[in-house]
Design a protein around this ligand. Structure first.
Ligand SMILES: [Zn+2]
Length: 98
């Protein structure tokens, strides 16, 4: 599922659409798409097909609202708390494994 908001016609066959506001910084991204992409969107086509000419980060924006910047910050936060981060290895309770 993804959402195109404020879908407006720029000129014949060309439309402008906003993303959801970023949950973290409230920023909104705007893209321009063709009429057939709007049609596909209304048909319920998946984001990869409708926004096929956009980068995965841009598509992410229309699915979750997160902008590139906040998305990467979130990924870093996840990493800091994950088992992949060696800094977390020492603080983990390993008694069960021994
Ligand atoms: Zn953001």
């Amino acid at each position: 599922m993804f959402t195109l908001t404020n879908l407006t016609k720029i000129y014949e066959g060309m439309y402008r659409a906003d993303s959801l506001p970023c949950p973290r910084c409230q920023g909104v991204g705007t893209i321009e798409i063709e009429g057939r992409q709007v049609f596909m969107y209304h048909q319920g086509a998946p984001v990869q097909e409708v926004l096929y000419n956009f980068e995965p980060e841009d598509r992410e924006r229309f699915m979750t609202g997160f902008c590139n910047k906040c998305w990467s910050i979130m990924m870093e936060d996840d990493y800091e708390q994950s088992d992949l981060n060696p800094l977390n290895w020492l603080s983990q309770d390993t008694e069960e494994d021994l």
